[in-house]
Design a protein around this ligand. Structure first.
Ligand code: ADP
Ligand code: ZN
Length: 610
């Protein structure tokens, strides 16, 4: 490092207009709600806190000022994979960006330092541990820094599993570089964390932008869990090879399910913290590049997933909090196209998860976890619009039901359940209240099993009285009877079902009983995710193949070349020359130069043939 080519640290000046940068570099004609004001705050030297949901367009908020200002923007990012992803995307846009972390060797790091000191870089991505090193801060003080951007700023929070101790020390940057504005960004919707961010980073009178946390393109569905593996495989078959994530609570289950899906002939891989770094990296990269369609994972698969075309996120088990549920489901549909969030729910899981909390020793922590889970449990059990509950939980009041969740699309119906309740209750009674759910369902359905024969239960008067209904139907009815307090489960006796006092009146026919009609098969209406574009599907398929080829040649994920939306718009507008190509949203100057020729060629070819 030499001091000779070090520019004088002076305040950055605005050298280019934000709107021009948005168009020429990113290829977009308009700012999204909130972006412009946040950008202006940064240009005016003000600190800011940007709260936008995943896919809301946070990166543009600091990348545009980075290009508008004369100096360097330093982006603090928690994960190598995130840095790499952002830098590849910026480089594809023709922006001088780099990251520095321990995945680079000494020479590579030296090279980047040289570029920095010669003023060749506009954005530098760096991990919090690195930026706080004394030597690194010294280096920064010789540069003209225009902005600090703190990405994934919720990493300051002790509660989430993304906690990173060094994030709490980033206020040191604020102290050392008092004149440089700092922008913190996060997709976290919970209030306590927002407060923490301002405090811990030491933001000075920040401009705060809070966008709506609604993700209108995500359809929320909660499905009763009957035979989850069969439900899952049925669902996956309908998905026509689209990308998705399946979350399970344990590593063992992750491995099991991934294997079952692969056995069914689908392209799936497992991901959890018990695997080596290399294995995990392999899966994550394969997923980003569309080489792996489905990842079955624990919550360890998270923050680094920047893939915009994840079409579904499925929770095989109930998550521990609404915060995690929202964050995990939020990984679907970053590109704004239709996506699905599905959760399998067995009411008995509530008790199972609660028992798990008993092992948490720290009293305060246990209470917080319990409270958070209680909110999740009541969300799962509720029978009203899913989105309304979610958004209300994050203090975003919604008056109208959303029209895009399972409850809105297929409203629960009730029916006179007196007869089926009597059948179920008397079956429990005849079997001497010694058996659990599964066995009672078999009895009702008149199953021919050795266990039933050994117990001589095929001779009971209630044996087979419910054979006209499916097992799923009876399971749902029995669960409702538990929920309504007519049956209880004795967990000391293998969860044997017992009649409660209330059951007697039903059996005697003293009351009619309203029950919810079991929702046996959630309807997953397959949606064309690009239906908003009136595009040519054959051309789209050709362009998609071309994109993959170009991406593989450049060793980047396909979305770095163009995202699905841009591709669909191309297959709609069918540009045949440069100026038409530039009109496609997502095409800026660099991408025109880099990819215009092969794509225009493909389109012209296609038009000539058809
Ligand atoms: P976040 O970081 O908030 O999850 P991104 O910054 O990755 O979101 O943006 C999500 C997508 O929206 C990206 O494909 C991005 O290029 C696109 N995008 C951002 N701003 C705009 C805009 N003003 N117009 C059109 N698309 C935009
Ligand atoms: Zn709804």
């Amino acid at each position: 490092m030499s001091a000779m080519n070090t520019p004088n640290p002076t305040a950055s000046t605005v050298v280019r207009s934000p709107a021009a940068i948005l168009k020429q570099v990113f290829g977009y004609s308009e700012f999204r709600d909130g972006q412009e004001t946040v950008i202006n705050a940064a240009l005016n030297g003000q600190d800011s806190l940007v709260l936008l949901p995943t896919g809301g367009g946070k990166s543009v908020c600091y990348q545009v000022p980075a290009l508008a200002l004369s100096g360097l923007t330093v982006v603090i990012s928690p994960l190598i994979s995130l840095m790499q992803d952002q830098v590849s995307q910026l480089q594809a846009l023709g922006v001088k960006a780099a990251y520095i972390n321990n995945s680079l060797n000494r020479d590579e790091q030296q090279q980047i330092y040289q570029q920095l000191h010669s003023g060749l870089l506009k954005l530098l991505y760096v991990a919090p541990e690195k930026v706080l090193q004394h030597e690194f801060k010294e280096r920064l003080s010789h540069l003209n820094i225009s902005l600090f951007a703190i990405d994934e700023a919720h990493c300051v929070s002790h509660w989430g599993h993304d906690f990173r101790p060094h994030y709490c020390r980033l206020s040191e940057l604020k102290q050392r570089f008092a004149d440089v504005p700092m922008m913190a960004l996060t997709a976290t919707a919970d209030k306590a964390t927002r407060f923490d961010i301002v405090q811990q980073l030491g933001l000075n009178a920040p401009y705060i932008h809070t966008g709506s946390f609604d993700r209108p393109n995500i359809r929320y569905t909660i499905e009763e869990k009957f035979k989850p593996l069969a439900q899952l495989l049925r669902y996956l078959k309908e998905q026509q090879n689209q990308s998705g994530i399946i979350y399970c609570t344990s590593r063992k289950r992750v491995d099991e399910i991934a294997e079952k899906i692969a056995d069914a002939g689908m392209n799936a891989a497992a991901y959890h913290a018990g695997m080596s770094n290399e294995q995990r990296q392999f899966v994550q990269t394969g997923f980003a590049r569309d080489d792996i369609q489905i990842v079955v994972a624990t919550v360890a698969f998270g923050m680094g997933i920047n893939k915009p075309n994840v079409r579904f996120v499925l929770h095989y088990d109930i998550p521990k909090s609404i915060e995690s549920y929202y964050q995990e489901t939020g990984r679907a549909g970053r590109d704004g196209l239709a996506a699905e969030a599905i959760m399998y729910f067995d009411p008995a899981d509530i008790g199972r998860v609660r028992r798990f909390f008993e092992d948490i020793e720290d009293e305060q922590r246990r209470r917080v976890e319990e409270q958070r889970f209680n909110a999740m449990a009541s969300f799962a059990e509720a029978q009203t619009c899913r989105r309304q509950i979610l958004l209300n939980y994050f203090s975003e009041y919604q008056r109208e039901p959303c029209g895009n969740c399972d409850i809105c699309l297929n409203p629960p119906k009730s029916f006179d359940g007196t007869l089926v309740a009597q059948q179920a209750l008397s079956c429990v009674y005849r079997a001497e209240q010694r058996f659990g759910l599964g066995y009672i369902v078999e009895l009702l359905r008149g199953a021919n099993t050795s266990r039933i024969r050994d117990n001589n239960h095929h001779q009971l008067s209630t044996y087979g009285i419910g054979k006209d209904h499916s097992s799923e139907f009876w399971l749902s009815i029995l669960r409702q009877l538990i929920h309504q307090g007519l049956l209880s489960q004795d967990i000391t006796q293998g969860s044997a079902l017992r009649l409660t006092e209330g059951a007697r009146a039903i059996l005697k026919g003293q009351y009619a009983l309203q029950m919810a009609e079991p929702r046996l098969q959630a309807k997953h209406v397959y949606q064309d995710k690009l239906a908003q574009f009136n595009y040519d599907k054959k051309l789209f398929a050709k362009l998609r193949a071309l994109r993959k080829e170009l991406a593989d040649a450049d060793d980047v994920p396909p979305y770095v070349v163009f995202n699905d939306k841009t591709l669909a718009e191309m297959a709609q507008l069918m540009p045949t020359n440069d100026s038409e190509f530039l009109k496609v949203s997502g095409v800026g100057f660099t991408k025109l130069n880099k990819y215009g020729s092969p794509f225009l060629h493909a389109i012209r070819d296609y038009l000539a043939q058809s």
